[in-house]
Unconditional design. Structure first.
Length: 170
């Protein structure tokens, strides 16, 4: 096994252990865990590169996927692990600054996912703290902005460009 591969595996293991032992709010706590009983609140935050973006109840940035439609989420299986869907058990609520229409759709796994302007919303596992927007341009995902004005896929300097289908197969 090459040293690079060994370091990558070690890094992934460290991240997995840190994620399991952290007391801080994480995207999986809302996106992949038990949805909020009273309905999920979608709020906003200002970012230097994208202006006003949508955030989940934990303050983390939300994203949309170019392969989705108003009735279907194409992000399942390993994709949904990397991009946990924003789920709810009832009608989502608009927080301060949210001007577009919130709704829901039923995912293939039966969960109810929050939508904005008809597009399903996701967290990105690579965002470590509120205000991070590191998922923009990754695997067809874009930062969800107020009024649905999605930025250009390559607008974030931190996001790698992808010219072929991603490792998640979507």
């Amino acid at each position: 096994m090459s040293a690079t591969r060994l370091l990558a595996l070690l890094g992934a293991a460290v991240l997995a252990v840190a994620a399991c032992s952290s007391n801080a709010a994480s995207p999986a706590a809302v996106g992949g865990g038990a949805p909020a009983a009273a309905g999920t609140t979608v709020s906003t935050a200002s970012t230097p590169n994208f202006g006003v973006v949508l955030t989940g109840p934990n303050g983390m940035t939300l994203y949309t996927h170019s392969g989705d439609s108003a009735t279907t989420s194409t992000c399942t299986a390993s994709c949904a692990t990397a991009w946990p869907p924003l789920e709810t058990t009832s009608q989502p609520m608009a927080g301060t600054g949210v001007t577009g229409q919130l709704g829901t759709l039923t995912r293939a796994d039966g969960a109810t996912q929050v939508t904005y302007g008809g597009m399903p919303l996701y967290y990105w596992q690579g965002d470590a703290k509120a205000g991070d927007v590191t998922g923009n341009g990754v695997e067809g995902f874009s930062v969800a902005t107020v009024a649905g004005a999605a930025p250009a896929v390559n607008a974030s300097p931190a996001a790698p460009a992808s010219s072929s289908p991603g490792k998640y197969g979507y």
